[in-house]
Design a protein. Sequence first.
Length: 114
Amino acid sequence: MEDNFFSNFPDEQGIKTDISEKDDRYELKAELPGFSKDQIDISYENGTLIISAENNQVNEEKDDEGKVIQKERSYSNVKRMYSLNNIDEDNIEAKFEDGILSVDLPKQKIVKEK
């Protein structure tokens, strides 16, 4: 009969992420279950990729007469920063599908002098 009191609290580790490096880019996959596309923000500044998501939700139940019988609120907020240098920030692409954010981060092309 030992219920884990903390099981309903958000994961303190934040956004679970896989990053793989290819010759010409980095590929990042981040788990963001419970969020929608419009609740996610991605930015790249000074060599740092920042992913944040915020969900503020109100669930309201009414009886047959339209009176509120229950109203619950939930709020979740996650943010994570990744240090990734030499990124071609004008060509970063992202898509969000089935709770997974995929970000393609092309590396800057190095021009060799002759």
